[in-house]
Design a protein around this ligand. Structure first.
Ligand SMILES: [Zn+2]
Length: 267
């Protein structure tokens, strides 16, 4: 795992964030993409130029930075992603309050990003602001701070086989509902709950085990959600894909603090 994969890009001509799928469709039809050439930028900082590489026989299409230095300093696409080993160690250091706090800052950042979709490159960017999607560590000589980005996936995109069993910060604009299931243990009945997720775009469906926790979700209300989790290979075949929340060290139970959602404020 190296740099964050571009699933979206900023299209300067229309001042909009678009999916790579749109570029693929365009290319498939016309076998050229001059309409986009030179007008595609990093979806986060909107400053770094991207190049599009159409699919070949062996490789799927992708977007890549032309020059990593062009990203703003706090753009998470500028940095390598932390390894899976490191992200596990990093998350283990948090207690429940700290993890919720971290997720809150991520929601704030995502909200700010979506509200400035129509703004031009870097206008609102504040370099002093700490990006919650970045982890900084002092290098061995304590002189330079090394930044790495937390692996993230937008729920609106297909889960990929290469991401099986990897921890990600999953996020997205979603609709929510709660399903419950009756269980019995030692003759006593009890309920367990699942948070059901449908993404606003692409209508992807997921379910998250919540145990005794019953989320308070209003139907047809648009929410922004963030969670630390992973998925198993077998879920790829299902329509509704189960994502597991991360577990605490030495605990078999999903950490129910590793998920928060908030009403999406439309601007
Ligand atoms: Zn960038």
């Amino acid at each position: 795992m190296v740099h964050k994969v571009f699933e979206e890009f900023y299209f300067a001509t229309e001042e909009q964030i678009k999916d790579i799928k749109e570029l693929n469709d365009f290319y498939d039809k016309r076998k050229e993409y001059s309409h986009f050439d030179g007008k595609i930028f990093c979806p986060e900082c909107k400053k770094a130029r991207l190049k599009y590489v159409p699919k070949s026989h062996h490789k799927r299409s992708y977007l890549a930075s032309i020059d990593l230095h062009e990203h703003m300093d706090d753009c998470s696409y500028k940095y390598e992603q932390v390894s899976q080993k490191k992200i596990r160690l990093y998350l283990n250091e948090f207690n429940d309050f700290e993890i919720e706090d971290k997720l809150e800052s991520m929601l704030n950042k995502l909200n700010k990003e979506s509200s400035r979709t129509t703004l031009k490159a870097g206008i609102l960017f504040n370099n002093n602001e700490d990006n919650p999607f970045l982890i900084s560590k002092n290098s061995s000589n304590e002189q330079v701070k090394i930044k790495k980005s937390i692996p993230q996936r937008n729920l609106k995109f297909e889960l990929k086989e290469e991401d099986v069993d990897c921890i990600f910060l999953f996020y997205g604009d979603v609709y929510l509902s709660v399903e419950k299931e009756e269980k019995e243990r030692n003759g006593e009945k009890y309920w367990i709950h699942y948070l059901m997720i449908t993404t606003k775009e692409n209508r992807k469906k997921y379910k998250i085990y919540r145990g005794s926790k019953k989320d308070n979700a209003i139907e047809n209300q648009l929410y922004q959600i963030v969670l630390f989790g992973f998925f198993e290979k077998r879920v790829l075949q299902y329509q509704v894909k189960k994502i597991e929340l991360i577990k605490k060290e030495n605990s078999p139970h999903p950490n129910q603090s590793a998920l928060i959602f908030r009403e999406k404020i439309l601007v």
